[in-house]
Design a protein around this ligand. Structure first.
Ligand code: NAD
Ligand code: UGA
Length: 355
């Protein structure tokens, strides 16, 4: 197949594009950045266009027309950005992505759209006076693609602009499916993690995801900061498991993923952010410690101090992966300790190699 992979230079995009090439596909890849794809930039079946899709030199229509399948991973995907540049988050994650989807509609091409588990928002257990008999029951935090309700905070908590932009895009794709027979598959990732997830703080300006904050603190002996006490929970999913499932969605045997939304995540890997900080510190002390650098302390920080005004958070999110299991026979294999150790090994070794 000739695949157009947009956002191919990012964390998920770099791993998935590598897999597509390994499977013998021809890929046209687009991204502003190339640093995560340097090892396969010269691949004979890869054309890499380093550009901003908002620039006039980008010829979306002919790119889509010449492809058999379009995969769209482009987005601002780090919560720090939802707080700092909410308008840009809306423009890129909705308006620019909509242009890509509409080009697919015009040319009758299948689109795989990366959305997010953030569309689900918060849990019923997080609401005041919810009156649940057992708020800790995982049933209240387990999200299913086609039946779960979405609970988001008020407009003043503008973190949710990311979730809303992605949700609106999903709804528009669905509507194109109903009215024009458009063929799409929506993927909702649940906290993928692995090598190349993000830059480390000392390498680049910006606000990466939590793993990189903690990794940077371990390497440099600075504080590991728990936003609002680190009580919120995530289900971490190893990138190899995620790419395997995404690959099966690309293959789409018998059209099982046509006009479907699929969660990709590891329901057994639930961990609070506090537990994650402690586990990373324990693994680091056991496997990677540089005796010259002190182990970091773990401290609590209010969200306003860490992110600024407008922050809110998903308290808990567990993927229901029945659809991925039954449609694709997929099962995540990696447990949370192994995920963290393997990802940490990658960052420790590149940190020490680069001095
Ligand atoms: P990422 O930031 O690593 O990748 C996004 C890529 O898009 C980056 O390489 C970036 O350079 C590129 N990009 C951004 N703006 C661009 C532009 N104007 N022109 C060209 N390229 C541009 O993020 P990721 O973690 O790989 O996420 C990929 C997709 O999956 C995103 O849509 C994200 O919202 C979604 N997602 C990811 C996760 C996760 O666990 N990583 C979870 C939920 C949703
Ligand atoms: C992120 C992004 O929204 C998206 O990329 C995506 O939709 C989602 O992950 C996903 O991967 O599924 P989130 O999990 O909130 O969402 O992102 P992180 O920045 O990694 O934050 C996780 C938790 O750690 C949050 O509760 C945050 O407040 C906390 N945190 C973050 C800390 O306690 N300390 C830090 O130093 C950084």
């Amino acid at each position: 197949m000739k695949i157009l992979s947009l956002g191919a230079g990012g964390f998920i995009g770099s791993h998935l594009t590598h897999r597509l090439l390994t499977e013998g596909h021809t890929v046209t890849a687009v991204d502003i950045e190339t640093d995560k794809v340097t090892e396969f930039l010269g691949h004979p079946n890869l054309t890499f266009l380093q550009l901003d899709i908002r620039s006039p030199e980008w010829d979306l229509d002919s790119m889509v027309r010449d492809s058999d399948l379009v995969i769209d991973l482009i987005a601002y995907a780090n919560p720090g950005l939802y707080l700092r540049i909410p308008l840009e988050v809306f423009r890129l994650n909705f308006i620019e992505n909509l242009k890509i989807a509409e080009a697919c509609v015009r040319h009758g091409k299948r689109l795989i759209q990366f959305s997010t588990c953030e569309v689900y928002g918060r849990t019923a257990a997080s609401l005041k006076n919810a009156g649940l008999t057992d708020p800790e029951d995982p049933i209240h935090a387990t999200f299913s693609e086609d039946t779960s309700e979405y609970i988001l905070g008020p407009v003043s908590k503008h973190r949710w602009i990311y979730s809303c932009a992605k949700q609106l895009l999903e709804r528009v794709l669905h509507a194109y499916g109903i009215e024009m027979g458009f063929n799409y598959t929506i993927i909702r990732p649940f906290n993928f993690i692995g090598p190349k997830i993000d830059f480390l703080l000392h390498e680049k300006e910006g606000i990466p995801r939590v793993f990189s904050f903690f990794m940077d603190a371990l390497l440099n002996g600075t504080q590991m900061k728990l936003v609002n006490g680190g009580s919120n929970r995530r289900c971490y999913t190893y990138i190899d498991d995620a790419v395997e499932c995404s690959w099966r969605i690309v293959e789409n045997p018998g059209g099982v993923c046509d006009r479907q939304i699929l969660n990709i995540g590891s329901p057994a890997n639930e961990i609070s952010i506090r537990q994650m900080a402690e586990l990373m510190r324990e693994i680091y002390a056991e496997k990677f410690r540089d005796p010259a650098v002190p182990l970091p302390e773990i401290v609590d920080v209010p969200a306003e101090e860490f992110y600024g005004q407008g922050y809110d958070d998903s308290d808990r999110r567990i993927p229901d992966i029945t659809k991925a299991r039954t449609l694709l026979g997929w099962e995540p294999k990696w447990g949370v300790r192994d995920i963290l150790e393997t990802t940490m090994r990658y960052y420790v070794s590149s940190f020490r190699k680069n001095g």
